[in-house]
Design a protein around this ligand. Structure first.
Ligand SMILES: Cc1cc2nc3c(=O)[nH]c(=O)nc-3n(C[C@H](O)[C@H](O)[C@H](O)COP(=O)(O)OP(=O)(O)OC[C@H]3O[C@@H](n4cnc5c(N)ncnc54)[C@H](O)[C@@H]3O)c2cc1C
Length: 498
């Protein structure tokens, strides 16, 4: 094959973040030949690499952990999914992160140093300074690369699923302009989030919603798409970067441009309130007073978070004067609907990690539960996805299609998409705005579809991923008349009559 990729595999995993890696590990341990493809050319391009605050773990009080998840979600998290997460957390972390990968979590004389973040009632977060993700993903990828039964292909994008009579048989893969099918016993989507749909996001650029779009276009159920989480504290000076919730967990305070602390006026838990509450409060105070700063003077910031100090220094941010912050898109709580083993509604298709909707997060995610969800569901899906033989089916050849797009086609569409998503499908929404967004996104998707019928390129398919996913989000938001968690409906603006 021109791609130099095997044409058949037992388990095809698309995406090499924590969820894809955990799936590959479990499938390989179960005796499967695994092909792990990622469009990333460097591990840094996965959101998992960027994770800061850490990974929550069940300690002596699982009931409190479950309660915190449900409370943060506005009581919309599904109890069965929460049970799966909390009851498997300890064993998954011990098995993979302690024993297999030996992740150097921060410790003190008496054992691991558990951190606390917003909406957690207890200290339960394992971390490596504020750069936990890279200390997990680096060793994870190295470990998988050493296994005979796992083949990793970087810079290789899945464009579309291969389906026949309701069953998924693999995917079209693109690398260096060549496109080929790979036939798989099972296909596992682990493609991460959707940050690229918004002009301001904490995610890497490749978070274009590809897996969700591919699954939805193949007919899989997709749920809870309106629940897009915005992180409250993204530094606004220079190139934006996230300031972990762990900093508020250790005592940092939010102050407006008048120097006043405001969170106690919004919620009894003040700075430790659920993310959606803090994000809306920060946005309002910025609008009313002109800015918000994260005051880190109540804690020993440079001792507790040397990595964040280095990040501030490299961005020219004087953290001692308070870090200027604003909300930005961070995480999608919904996605491809899956069961407790990551099975989607389509035969032989699984989804794990941020692209999936397990029910754990409901309408709003509790901090530091996403890495855990990817790990727990990845291990479960990897086991469940083994034991199916790949089958070659007749598929159209995409090779002879013209990859070229008109100049500025992609840039123009992305600018329009960003404008619609930030104006109408952001932190606060209105019925009228969502209606307008749905209509505009439907038109935009139609324009992109006109090209995917005759052309094939990674850029075009990423654009398709964004336009399909954006429309799914806007439609779900327009169909949900109730403000819950991240889906917040503001009053319709009244006509100006003076
Ligand atoms: C700045 C930041 C800090 C965070 N901190 C924390 C934290 O402290 N704790 C926590 O629990 N969560 C945190 N999160 C959230 C968490 O990191 C992510 O939700 C989680 O890592 C997602 O993992 P994943 O495996 O699903 O996706 P990712 O890690 O994003 O991996 C997705 C992979 O899929 C690949 N891919 C995408 N599309 C395709 C395609 N079409 N073909 C092939 N490959 C494809 C990508 O290149 C990537 O390799 C943070 C997020 C950000 C942005």
């Amino acid at each position: 094959m021109s791609l130099s990729i095997e044409s058949m595999t037992d388990v095809l995993v698309v995406g090499s973040g924590i969820a894809g890696c955990a799936t590959a590990l479990a499938a390989a341990r179960n005796g499967a030949q695994v092909t792990l493809v990622t469009k990333a050319s460097e591990p840094e391009e996965a959101t998992s690499w960027w994770a800061q605050g850490g990974i929550a773990v069940t300690r002596t009080d699982p009931a409190a952990f479950k309660r915190d998840i449900r409370t943060a979600s506005d009581d919309t998290a599904e109890p069965e999914a929460v049970d799966v997460l909390v009851e498997n957390a300890r064993s998954a972390i011990e098995d993979v992160l302690f024993e297999t990968l030996d992740v150097p979590f921060d410790a003190n004389g008496s054992g691991y140093e558990y951190g606390r973040e917003a909406a957690h009632s207890k200290r339960r977060i394992l971390h490596v300074d504020a750069s936990t993700g890279r200390h997990i993903l680096g060793p994870f990828l190295s470990h998988l690369a050493g296994l005979d039964s796992v083949t990793i292909h970087q810079d290789t994008a899945a464009l579309d699923l291969l389906t026949h009579e309701g069953r998924v048989h693999g995917a079209y893969l693109e690398s260096d302009g060549d496109v080929e099918p790979i036939f798989a016993g099972t296909t596992v989507l682990a493609t991460g989030g959707i940050g690229a749909l918004y002009p301001e996001s904490t995610n890497p650029d490749g978070a274009t919603g590809d897996g969700i779009a591919m699954a939805a276009l193949a007919g899989a159920d997709v749920r809870d798409m309106e629940y897009v989480q915005f992180h409250p504290t993204v530094c606004t000076e220079g190139e934006p970067f996230l300031v972990s919730e762990a900093v508020r967990g250790e005592g940092a305070l939010l102050c407006n441009a008048d120097g006043e602390r405001f969170m106690p006026d919004y919620h009894a838990d003040a700075e430790l309130a659920p993310r959606d509450v803090v994000a809306r409060a920060v946005a309002r105070e910025r609008e009313q007073t002109g800015g918000v700063r994260l005051d880190v003077s109540p804690l020993a910031f440079s001792e507790a978070f040397p990595d964040l100090v280095a990040l501030c220094d490299s961005h020219g941010v004087d953290w001692q004067a308070g870090i200027p912050v604003a909300p930005a898109e961070h995480f999608l709580c919904g996605g491809i609907a899956v069961d407790s083993d990551g099975r989607t509604s389509l035969d032989r298709l699984f989804a794990v990690g941020e692209c999936s909707r397990t029910g754990v997060h409901g309408a709003n995610r509790l901090a530091s539960t996403s890495l855990l969800e990817g790990l727990v569901w990845g291990l479960r899906a990897g086991r469940a996805a083994t034991g199916f033989d790949p089958q070659r089916i007749e598929v159209p050849d995409l090779l002879d299609r013209d990859p070229a797009l008109p100049e500025r086609f992609g840039a123009e569409k992305s600018v329009r998409l960003h404008r619609v998503m930030s104006e109408h499908v952001g932190l606060e929404r209105t019925h009228a705005g969502l209606k307008r967004a749905t209509a505009a996104l439907r038109r935009l998707k139609g324009e992109v579809d006109a090209y995917t019928r005759t052309r094939t390129s990674r850029d075009l398919y990423e654009l398709r991923g964004k336009s399909v996913t954006a429309l799914l989000i806007a439609r779900a938001a327009a169909d949900n008349p109730t403000s819950t968690g991240c889906h917040y409906l503001a009053e319709e603006p009244t006509a100006n009559v003076d």
